[in-house]
Design a protein around this ligand. Structure first.
Ligand SMILES: Cc1cc2nc3c(=O)[nH]c(=O)nc-3n(C[C@H](O)[C@H](O)[C@H](O)COP(=O)(O)OP(=O)(O)OC[C@H]3O[C@@H](n4cnc5c(N)ncnc54)[C@H](O)[C@@H]3O)c2cc1C
Length: 417
């Protein structure tokens, strides 16, 4: 049977792939998305914390302070957990992450990311409105709380730094904090309030609404294995459940699974994953939260979601497919109970998600070096929900030869050559 042909094949139906497909479709291209699950947002784009982090200019850094490193190395820091048996496999990219986490590296990434982060909410809003999913974006902002004077200092410092990027972070004393969230326990001495970021009560529903918009505008979402991608005369070909598909252009947007494919095509990257877990709870009695809350010094968030209160954990350094080990969730749950009246666990098992990362905490958006027609859009680390639509737009600008929304140089794969 001859291959069906479209203008672009997008591999991966997470928030990043769906958003890229919509941006290309908006430029008049016929697009098919191929995902091994045959539906959108079945992986990391399902279970995240749901914040559109318009404040997220500063990168998440590897600790540099010897005391912090020592705590992390013996797994005494609840924000991060190292799976020791994975270390031989992940040590090299982590070493690059450590080196990129210098003061200069931080500034370079923050400057590169600022235009994308700033435009992220506008791009979401456009898609959500077109998809009839405006109600899935809440104008809540989010809060970080401190428990000690050290935490208060950290927020003060952060506020100063963020000021220069135009990010608003309002300090909160205990009274102001409880005026916003009356059910926070006495362990929360105060905090900081980011009033501008939006949040969604259901990141999966939001991504699926975008995917439904894509399909209603003539796009196809088919089940298939991206690993079957191969060059074909005049472009690229992939085998799907609905037969072979070919296109002059293909986009790799496979999140944590991107590296396996690009490596098999000859591109070696210092790629790693930061895994994270979630669990849902019912609030006790009449308690409630109206916005995401980060327990800054314990490294987890609690967010009101459609399914209940979602507790999400920090980073687990492990191989992508290592067995789940939700130790961090067990460690932070007692802190969450101190902070907020949560009841029993609602899910049979913790959910495991995989943040796709590169050492400089910038995604790769642009061409696959030396392979005409092959494009890359992955590595969105902690910010994939935030950045999916805006990096989709940047990629579509580049693929269409239009003036890009932001300088694409800091996002090119060649930076790791
Ligand atoms: C606990 C946690 C909390 C987070 N909170 C936030 C937040 O508040 N805000 C924010 O902006 N970001 C957040 N993130 C990050 C965000 O969730 C990710 O960056 C984002 O979901 C990545 O999207 P993606 O489309 O690149 O990957 P994914 O959503 O993982 O999608 C990849 C897709 O590729 C498909 N696939 C894989 N292999 C194949 C194959 N061989 N063939 C075909 N298809 C394949 C998968 O089925 C999947 O659909 C969080 C992450 C975690 C883990």
């Amino acid at each position: 049977m001859p291959a069906r042909s479209v203008d672009v094949i997008v591999l991966g139906a997470g928030i990043v792939g769906v958003s890229a497909a919509l941006a290309l479709q908006a430029r008049g291209r016929s697009v098919a998305i191929v995902d091994r699950l045959g539906e959108a947002a079945g992986e990391t784009s399902y279970g995240n914390t749901g914040i559109i982090q318009t404040e997220g200019v500063l990168p998440y850094l590897f600790p540099r302070d010897p005391g912090e490193i020592a705590l992390a190395a013996v797994n005494r820091n609840p924000q991060a957990h190292i799976r020791y048996r994975a270390l031989p496999a992940i040590a090299r990219p982590l070493w690059r992450y450590f080196r990129a986490s210098s003061a200069a590296g931080k500034t370079e990434t923050a400057r590169a990311m600022a235009p994308l982060v700033r435009n992220s909410a506008t791009e979401h809003r456009k898609l959500a409105e077109a998809a009839g999913a405006g109600a899935l974006l809440r104008e809540t902002g989010w809060i970080e709380i401190y428990r000690t004077a050290r935490g208060a200092d950290e927020i003060r410092q952060e506020r100063l730094e963020l000021n220069s990027y135009g990010v608003v972070l309002n300090p909160l004393d205990r009274e102001a904090l409880t005026a916003l969230e009356p059910h926070l326990g006495p362990a929360a001495l105060g905090g900081g309030y980011y009033p501008n970021p939006q949040s969604t009560p259901d990141p999966q529903a939001l991504t699926r609404a975008y995917a439904a918009l894509f399909v209603s505008c003539g796009g196809r979402l088919v089940r298939g294995d991206a690993q079957s991608l191969e060059p074909s005369p005049g472009g690229w070909m992939v085998t799907t459940e609905a037969g072979r598909l070919s296109a002059p252009d293909a986009v790799v947007a496979l999140g944590a699974w991107s590296n396996a494919l690009v490596r098999s095509l000859g591109l070696r990257l210092p790629f790693f994953v930061k895994r994270g877990y979630h669990m849902h709870y019912e609030a006790k009695g009449n308690a409630g939260l109206t916005r995401p809350v980060l327990d800054l010094e314990r490294g987890y968030l609690v967010t009101p979601m459609t399914r209940g209160l979602r507790l999400t954990t920090g980073a687990e350094f492990a191989r992508r497919d290592d067995p789940a080990s939700p130790i961090q969730l067990d460690k932070v749950e007692p802190f969450a109970r101190e902070l907020f009246p949560i009841g029993a666990r609602k899910d049979a098992a913790p959910w495991l998600g995989r943040r796709p990362c590169l050492p400089d905490m910038r995604p790769i958006v642009g061409p696959f070096p030396g392979k005409p027609g092959l494009w890359l859009d992955f590595g969105h680390h902690h910010l994939g929900l935030t950045l999916g639509p805006v990096t989709g737009r940047l990629l579509a600008d580049l693929m269409s030869g239009e003036t890009p929304l932001a300088d694409p140089a800091p996002f090119r794969a060649e930076r790791f050559a």
